[in-house]
Ligand binder design. Sequence first.
Ligand SMILES: NC(=O)C1=CN([C@@H]2O[C@H](COP(=O)(O)OP(=O)(O)OC[C@H]3O[C@@H](n4cnc5c(N)ncnc54)[C@H](OP(=O)(O)O)[C@@H]3O)[C@@H](O)[C@H]2O)C=CC1
Ligand SMILES: CC(C)(CO)C(=O)C(=O)O
Length: 314
Amino acid sequence: MTPVYSNIMVMGAGGMGALFGMILDEGGMNVTLVDSDTAHVAAIQKDGLKVSGLGGERSRIMDAVTSPDDITDIDIVLVQCKGTATRAAAESMKHLAKQNAIFISFQNGLGNEDILAEVLGPENVLGGLTSMAGAKLGLGHIQDFDRVPTYIGEMEGGISARVEAIAKALSAAGLETKPSADITADIWKKLIGNLSMSAVSGITNLTSTEILSVESLKNLCYRALDEAISIAKSQNVNLDKDEVIAGLQIMTQPGGTGDNKSSLCLDILAQRQSEIEFIYGRPLALAKQANLNVPTLQTLYGLVKGIETHYVKG
Ligand SMILES: NC(=O)C1=CN([C@@H]2O[C@H](COP(=O)(O)OP(=O)(O)OC[C@H]3O[C@@H](n4cnc5c(N)ncnc54)[C@H](OP(=O)(O)O)[C@@H]3O)[C@@H](O)[C@H]2O)C=CC1
Ligand SMILES: CC(C)(CO)C(=O)C(=O)O
């Protein structure tokens, strides 16, 4: 019998996680938001999740808690904390893996699926990527930017029955999700978009649309994009540049996802440790192993690390 995928837990209910959770809850799934930010969770428990942006101002009463400890019977966990918190989050969800929950990461960067597989078992982990955009505006309050398709797939490739069934269930609940036969290549396509835009957004405090309207910054992003494609190639991920640029255009739509400052930029503004190591550090280590010359990406990495010395200790 095909399992019914209807009990969803969102681990990390910030800008993206709460947005996914809200869409699926509205679509009839049983959604529980889990977030370690106690004030954020208290605000959702008191007044519901407030949403601004696409669809207008609204709020939705949703289940929200600060820890997964007492949660059972979950079919799917959407992992949406920052990469810097993935290991701690995974350690706190081991009981759900024992009950055969499936964990899907829609986080940016490289390495999150590896951490989840190490702690929770590779058979329980699917890869994912989204070009949707959300932002935590305040306690219990998020911004909804747009609707664009999201992808999931088996980490070893191919399309399995469970991936098809989960994609169908999520899509039926309003989160358009497509099965990917090569999620690793798709994750790289999104990563190349982040390598091109995220640090530039963080350093300049500009949205994607604003960045691409400044010729010199646009040229900088495209140099980063070329270098990022060369790193993917060194990992046997051969991507067509036109396809990568088409993906970038989806991530940078004016009036939609393009009106978002990158998640890395929001971390810099909040003086929080960013995902610089997941989005830039890990690909740069691969470039080094492959003896590639990637000066633009090294410079962007160095500039963000420099900014972080003002508030990240150690
Ligand atoms: N925002 C976007 O548009 C997009 C983001 N992404 C990716 O999605 C992921 C989430 O990004 P985003 O939503 O912007 O991030 P946010 O910072 O808005 O949300 C993450 C939430 O997770 C909470 N958290 C931290 N540690 C834990 C933990 N151990 N258990 C449960 N919750 C935890 C954080 O609390 P606290 O603040 O207290 O740390 C925060 O509320 C990132 O990997 C990002 O790169 C992908 C596509 C688009
Ligand atoms: C591309 C973007 C800005 C939104 O999809 C993103 O992935 C991020 O905020 O990190």
